[in-house]
Design a binder for this molecule. Sequence first.
Ligand code: G3P
Length: 218
Amino acid sequence: MKFFIDTANLDQIKEAQALGILDGVTTNPSLMAKEGITGHDNILKHYKAICDIVDGDVSAEVVSTDFEGMIKEGEALADLHPQIVVKVPMIKEGLKAIAYFTEQGIRTNCTLVFSIGQALLAAKAGATYVSPFIGRLDDISTDGLVLIEDIRTVYDNYEYETQILAASVRHTMHIVECAKIGADVMTGPLNAIEGLLKHPLTDSGLEKFLADYAKGNS
Ligand code: G3P
């Protein structure tokens, strides 16, 4: 499973990259705003800065909601850097835009996906990635992981090449369960990724090894 970090914070992206396990970055307009990155030019500069840190795919989201606007924006984003994947919302115009980008060889991430039907449409339009938001489904008492399982089944039934990018991941168990289900990618915050490192038996075991080593050397 590929690991993407879901942030626009450059320090956190550098920290995740330094772990040696990072495969890419996802952002969205809210994550950009959270870092105080506003205005078209600053946002484009920020995408470039992210691409300079990581080797993998960097999702950059369009903010137009009409087909023409999405195409113009998406083409400009794709021209910005070869690592950019154009992120497009799952709306009617977005679906048309994904099909167009697929024709043009521009890679896409279909975002704001909350149902199997939406995921099916994204795959048929040729999206590179589909982003089901599992945390936001959990927020409304609907099991987000069940959606990942169902999309896995449907995509496997027809051998769709669209990669399932589990998004809105909030904690370590989301990551573990996504890996068990067979999501292709997960995108989550740094604390969820680093949470996978933790085990009390590792800590107590290491403490004992170091204490025993110190005895032998005293
Ligand atoms: O990857 C999608 C993500 O940015 C949304 O996460 O936590 O705002 O639901 P969240």
